[in-house]
Design a protein around this ligand. Structure first.
Ligand code: GTP
Ligand code: MG
Length: 211
């Protein structure tokens, strides 16, 4: 897939403002500072499309981007220790509302830092996605921080953590662009399945209306 354009749409803080879109919706989640916004910039080939920060917990809203063939939602990061209890609760509610909203999420890119084992929050997130049958891919970020030979090993270790195969764990570096092609390949596949299903539903509807 070639990303031809990517534009910021809006930031949303309440469920009543969640977008209803007629394109596949891809969400990016992961703990604060894992590199969600950086990955968006990397995919878009833009430096400042999504705001990145050295201070964790900067993205507290759902930020929507139009990537042409799909809409991308940058979700607020979790697991940031210095955030108050009330704020954590608000985050949890927002996420739950996002995933249970009428606008179904087509696929989630769930980010973890390739250098570290997933945290309890990461495991909870994946269990949540599993539980609600939301398709996801684990993306191990900051791959430039470890040697190339370690990348393969870490993908397998992270996969084991979530009880998923290492083929479901993609390694990426937003800094060097390493692994970006694999993510785009995955999205290509996700979008083609979405379109096939979409047209199948349309065809079924047509048949019904003829009866
Ligand atoms: P929140 O919005 O706070 O949840 O963070 P985020 O997940 O959006 O992280 P963000 O993209 O802002 O990146 C956090 C920090 O990690 C920044 O200093 C980035 O420059 C750095 N970073 C992100 N991706 C990479 C990467 O692939 N390699 C390296 N070396 N640094 C990265
Ligand atoms: Mg961010």
């Amino acid at each position: 897939m070639i990303i031809k354009s990517a534009e910021f749409i809006t930031s949303v803080a309440n469920k009543k403002d969640f977008l209803m879109v007629d394109k596949p919706l891809i969400a990016i989640c992961g703990k604060s500072n894992v590199g969600k916004s950086s990955l968006i910039n990397c995919l878009a080939n833009r430096k400042k499309l999504a705001r990145t920060s050295v201070t964790p917990g900067r993205t507290r809203l759902v930020n929507y981007f139009d990537f042409g063939d799909f809409i991308l939602a940058d979700l607020p990061g979790y697991g940031f220790a210095q955030v108050s209890k009330t704020e954590k609760q608000k985050w949890g509610e927002l996420l739950e509302e996002f995933f249970s909203c009428k606008q179904k999420v087509t696929h989630v890119l769930s980010l973890v830092d390739i250098r570290h084992d997933p945290t309890k929050d990461d495991v909870n997130m994946i269990n949540y996605l599993h539980h609600f049958s939301i398709p996801f891919t684990v993306v191990a970020t900051k791959s430039d921080k470890i040697g190339k030979t370690r990348i393969f090993q870490r993908r397998a270790e992270i996969g084991k953590f979530f009880a998923i195969g290492q083929e479901s764990v993609l390694a990426v570096s937003s800094e060097t662009g390493y692994g970006k092609d694999k993510i785009l390949e995955k999205l290509d596949h996700v979008l083609s399945v979405f379109n096939d299903d979409f047209f199948k539903i349309e065809e079924t509807d047509d048949q019904d209306s003829e009866e």
